[in-house]
Structure formats: C-alpha cells, structure tokens
Design a protein around this ligand. Structure first.
Ligand code: MN
Length: 292
C-alpha cells in the first residue's frame, strides 16, 4: 500500500557565494543545518545557481583548472550555456536544457566556463550542479562523460496533455531516462503548466528532495516558492504536486550509499588515506595536465 511521504523541511536558499567568477550558487547541502553529508546520499552536494543576468563579457567567466575524484558531477543547465575541458582531452558545451553527467571516478582535472557565445551576449543564467557519490567498489572507475541533450531525455506526458516529467535518470511510470548510474536513482525535471497535477511514487528508503527551479507548487498541501528545496522524510512513497503557476521542479531520489565519507575539497573518498593519496596523485601528474 502506498502512503504519503511527509515533508521533513522546506529550506529557503542559503546566502549565495561565487565559485570562480562565473557561478553564483546557493549550497543547499552538505553542511547546511538541516542536511548533513549523508542525509541526501547518494547526492552529496547540491549547488544551485538561481536565475541571474550576466552582462556581456569577451573573457568568459568561470572556474579554472581543478581536480575531482571519487564521485560524479552532474551539471544541469536551465539558462545560459557552459563549456568544459578536461585533462583527457575531452571538451563540450552544456546547452540550455541539457545535462552533463561527468564521472570523475579515479580522477581528472577540468575547468568550467561560460560558453564563449553566451559570454559575449550575456543574458539569463541558471544551473544546478550535483555531486553524486560513488560506492567504494566504483570509486576508481575510469573517468567518462555522458552528454545528455534535452531531446534524448525521457518524456512522460501528464494528464493535461501539456505538462510532462522529463526523465534524466531512472524511470517515471515506465518512461526511462538516458543516464547510466552506478547506483539506483531518479532524477527528473517536472515541467508543469499552471494547474497541472502530478503524483510521484518513490521508494520510501530512497532519500528524496525537490528543488523548485521556477514558479510555485503545492507539494503535499504545502505551498513552496521558487528557489526553495523540499527535503522529505523516509516514511512513505507518494508525493502530490500541484502547479500554482507554470513550474519547473527538479526531483531527486536515490538509494543511500551506506559507507564512511572522507570529503575534502574536490575529493570524495571513504577514508582519509585515500584523500591523501588523491592529493598526491594530482601533485605527481597522475590526473593528467590541463592548461588554464
Ligand atoms: Mn568541477
């Protein structure tokens, strides 16, 4: 029997900070008062770049060369475009509505900037970056990218015929998302027209949250404004959503990874010696080389 999954907290956006000079983000977790480093596992970190306007710039804003190891970065672009380059020679552009699912795994260096064309004109910019943890058995997996363009995402049309669940990873009522994931998880954009309703049925054991990207929604009878994050209890399956305005919601739900966490800067390992090893690997060139 399905039972309602209750809300644990509705969290207002924490004060923003800059990542490099291109990403103005609200870090909802970890480290917030309400969400410790395991509460949303397998999602370790969520940086939300709420919508802002960047002016034109000939020099693309962004963040220079830095390493990652032991997890995946998932970058979702809602407005604006992001360019990336890595130490294995890969590069690409994350366009509006697209997702880049980067498995850092054993380790790489990369840099993330506003895409040159977007930078020249400026305009609205809005994005999310998630850090998805990897279990110990996959931490050393070879780095790779999944470029998930919007057209490749699963699209489950809802009862009003206009609203839809855009499935990035996992499955919504038989509609599957294209992302390969190392552990079970659901990542959707609910794109709802004013007045639309949607029901989510998610495993009660899976940690679950919803970020309101745009508009306003009533979620299990609580009204939640834009830029707020809803953390759910693990006490039931069913979540009811009604769109008060045209609304976009980012839905996250995943099986917790029940392992120790040693997190330091851009490294997410199980033990401190593994973190020290990763730092040494960067310093001895094992993550490759990338020009700033
Ligand atoms: Mn990065």
């Amino acid at each position: 029997m399905m039972s309602i999954r209750n809300i644990e907290h509705i969290i207002a956006p924490p004060p923003p900070h800059m990542v490099g000079d291109g990403f103005r983000v609200h870090s909802f977790f970890p480290g917030g008062r309400l969400i410790d480093k395991k509460r949303m596992s397998p999602f370790f970190l969520m940086d939300y770049g709420a919508r802002i306007e960047f002016g034109p710039s000939n020099e693309p804003r962004g963040v220079g060369v830095h390493p990652h190891a032991g997890f995946e970065t998932v970058t979702i672009a809602y407005h604006g475009r992001i360019a990336h380059h890595d130490s294995a020679g890969h590069s690409g552009i994350i366009g509006e509505g697209d997702v880049q699912w980067m498995t850092a795994g054993a380790g790489l260096l990369h840099k993330e900037y506003h895409e040159a064309g977007y930078s020249k004109t400026g305009g609205p910019f809005q994005m999310v970056q998630l850090w998805v943890n990897l279990p110990a058995r996959f931490k050393k997996t070879k780095p790779k990218y999944q470029e998930i363009i919007n057209a490749s995402m699963g699209r489950h049309i809802l009862a009003d015929g206009k609203s839809y669940m855009e499935v990035i990873a996992g499955e919504y009522r038989g509609t599957k998302g294209p992302a390969f994931t190392f552990t079970p998880m659901q990542v959707y954009n609910a794109r709802l027209v004013k007045g639309a309703a949607a029901i989510l049925n998610l495993d009660a054991r899976h940690n679950t949250g919803i970020l309101v990207i745009e508009g306003k929604a009533v979620i299990n009878s609580s009204e939640v404004p834009a830029d707020h994050f809803v953390l759910f209890k693990n006490d039931g399956e069913e979540i009811k959503i009604e769109a008060v305005e045209d609304t976009i919601l980012l839905v996250l739900s995943g099986e917790p990874i029940d392992e120790p966490i040693a997190a330091y800067g851009p490294f997410l390992m199980n033990t401190w010696p593994e973190v020290e090893q990763a730092i040494q690997d960067v310093n001895t060139g094992k993550f490759g080389y990338l020009e700033d």
